[in-house]
Design a protein around this ligand. Structure first.
Ligand code: HAM
Length: 415
């Protein structure tokens, strides 16, 4: 028996109300803040991710699905593709900042566990073309308002600034010096010490975490410009009334970040359970071959949102089903049922037609289980009089109605 590949999932009809709810809220919030939708291809040149996300990251080293001789890769994230599109379409000549959002599937060859998949979906957005700390505030506010609009409670906003290319080298040197004499680090951290010292700070291993807690803080080593920027952002968040916690160990798993990094964490769940994360990437467009252009963005995993909606018992609106079911008895009735269904659908009424020539009782049972509000029954007797029986499924009341009047009558009843 075939099964969906490990780390992937079917989103069955019963799950769809959650997904539609999240997507609708995402589109609504983007409209409120002036973000327009962009859809980029599912795969890109491998080099876009290798250069954009960083050769030393877990994503690029171990998690990319590459094919065509390694030239192409299923997108593991959405920021580098949007920046590629920004450069390719000359968006620097559009009014700045350019604000774009996406809802897309992403692919990472990770070890599957609760909330961690090999194919997942994100709602993400990017604001490209301004370094203003007010934009950082807005990007965080969008996420905050989005989660509020979903009804999610108890999310904590973790915030940090990891400096820029001017002040980061000095900080990394301090970090290396601090870690150099440390023994007993996990194997990954021993490697990180040379390849990616920032990532030492967010190791999930408990003994490494104790070491990281006492490590030098990036916010103590920011250059004056980065310190001012971080101070302004904290001021904006205060004005917006968004509570946050400065987390010195928050560095994020992608190398393109500069200055602001942030994540939203649900109340329960370890360090791996961020529901969303983002940050500023002021060098990324240049690294990808564009003219120097600052940017900032955020993305949140839809699977993790759905998980938290369920955990918190948040109800989501049901999706609508066709309100009318047509049951037919006999061949002549079936032809009439087909014609009637077409007429009803043309006038905008959703209809499910019985198929399979089952008994009337079986057809009514099906109408019930499909949640139909009305069933139209066409039998030979009704057909002879050009009528149909209209049955109200809630009270099981029924009446005989001329076939010609049904569309008008039903339209009034279902509206
Ligand atoms: P990220 O933190 O790698 O950031 O992913 C964003 C969110 O996607 C995570 O917080 C999580 O909710 C979800 N996610 C990531 N990996 C998985 C997975 N394997 N299974 C389920 N959910 C997952 C980025 O991707 C950046 N592009 C965000 C960004 C936008 N930064 C700036 N702009």
């Amino acid at each position: 028996m075939y099964r969906a590949p490990r780390g992937t999932a079917d989103i069955l009809p019963v799950e769809q109300p959650y997904w539609r709810f999240v997507e609708q809220k995402a589109a609504a919030i983007c409209q409120l803040y002036g973000y327009e939708r962009i859809d980029t291809p599912t795969f890109e040149d491998t080099q876009l991710f290798a250069r954009g996300i960083g050769d030393a990251t877990d994503i690029v080293r171990k998690e990319m699905y590459s094919f065509s001789g390694g030239e192409l890769t299923l997108r593991p994230e959405g920021t580098a593709p949007v920046c590629r599109a920004y450069i390719q379409h000359g968006m620097h000549s559009w009014p700045q900042p350019v604000k774009l959002y996406y809802i897309a599937s992403l692919f990472r060859h990770e070890r599957p566990q609760a909330g961690r998949y090999r194919q997942h979906h994100q709602f993400g957005y990017e604001a490209i073309g301004s370094a203003d700390a007010a934009l950082d505030g807005e990007v965080i506010d969008v996420a905050w308002q989005f989660y509020q609009s979903l009804g999610l409670r108890d999310l904590s906003l973790q915030l940090n600034s990891i400096g820029c290319r001017k002040c980061r080298p000095e900080y990394l040197a301090a970090l290396r010096a601090y870690y150099e004499p440390v023994t007993g680090l996990c194997r990954d951290c021993v490697t990180r010490r040379t390849t990616n010292p920032l990532r030492l700070l967010d190791c999930k291993n408990e003994s490494c975490q104790q070491v990281a807690d006492a490590a030098p803080k990036s916010t103590d080593q920011l250059c004056p410009e980065c310190a001012t920027h971080f101070g302004k952002l904290k001021g904006h968040l205060a004005v917006l009334g968004i509570p946050f916690e400065v987390n010195h160990r928050l560095v994020r798993g992608l190398d393109y970040y500069t200055r602001t990094v942030f994540e939203f964490q649900p109340a329960e769940g370890g360090a791996q359970s961020a529901i969303g994360g983002g940050g500023r990437y002021d060098d990324l467009i240049e690294v990808l071959g564009g003219r120097p252009t600052p940017g900032i963005g955020f993305a949140t995993g839809i699977e993790r949102i759905v998980l938290n909606l369920k955990k918190q018992g948040i109800p989501v609106p049901a999706l609508s089903h066709p309100p009318v079911f047509i049951a037919g008895i006999g061949d002549a009735a079936r032809d009439e049922a087909v014609k009637l269904a077409a007429r009803l659908r043309r006038s905008g009424i959703g209809v499910i037609e019985a198929v399979g020539g089952r008994s009337l009782k079986a057809q009514l049972r099906q109408a019930n289980s499909l949640g139909a509000r009305y069933t139209v029954i066409i039998g030979e007797e009704e057909l002879a009089g050009d009528n149909a029986v209209l049955r109200d499924m809630s009270g099981a009341r029924q009446e005989t109605v001329p076939l010609g009047q049904l569309p008008q009558k039903l339209q009034k009843m279902v509206s």
